[in-house]
Design a protein around this ligand. Structure first.
Ligand code: HEM
Length: 148
């Protein structure tokens, strides 16, 4: 296994953790928001771990970016002409970065909010939007959401 394969395996596998934790955080925050529940320590931890998993994915993604043969930063002109290299050079990174910004904003707004309902709401809205961006982006890649 070379460095590229190790990084691709790690990035590919981490997706499950990110998808699972974000979905979990989304479901519990929707339940908390709509059901007017308390914001518990376990809610806070799940929301935090979900955001951390996305940040770990960002880190591996940035390193992988420099190893992937599908990323063509040397000749952006021709990379843009091919839908596959355009996707991996620009679209994937940009959309996933946007999703991670949404997770981060949602988490930080939930920390600043005073009332439980507002904490739950900001996680529900921002994690929900971010998850949608992640799913659309993976669908666009032509690779399966779950699997290789
Ligand atoms: C929530 C964040 C992200 C998720 C869920 C995600 C998900 C994925 C998935 C599912 C793949 C395909 C793996 C496979 O076919 O086995 C992939 C590949 C890749 N991702 Fe991400 N990604 C994320 C963020 C990023 C970021 C921020 C970057 C770059 C800055 C990035 C760069 C790449 C690269 C270069 C590839 C490899 C393409 C290849 O050589 O096959 N990813 N990502």
């Amino acid at each position: 296994m070379n460095t590229y394969t190790v990084l691709l395996e790690a990035h590919s596998g981490l997706r499950y953790l990110v998808l699972f934790l974000i979905l979990f955080a989304l479901i519990q925050s929707l339940a908390g928001w709509l059901g007017q529940k308390k914001y518990t320590e376990s809610n806070r931890k799940i929301n935090l771990f979900a955001m951390i998993s996305a940040h770990m994915q960002l880190l591996v993604g940035i390193i992988l970016y420099f190893y992937s043969p599908l990323v063509r930063t040397d000749d952006i002109g021709s990379a843009m002409k091919d839908s596959m290299t355009r996707y991996w050079t620009v679209e994937h990174a940009a959309m996933m970065l946007f999703a991670i910004v949404l997770f981060t904003v949602g988490h930080s707004r939930s920390k600043k909010a005073i009332e439980a309902v507002h904490k739950h709401r900001s996680v529900a809205i921002f994690y929900g939007l971010g998850l949608l961006v992640v799913i659309v982006s993976i669908l666009q890649s032509g690779r399966p959401i779950l699997g290789r």
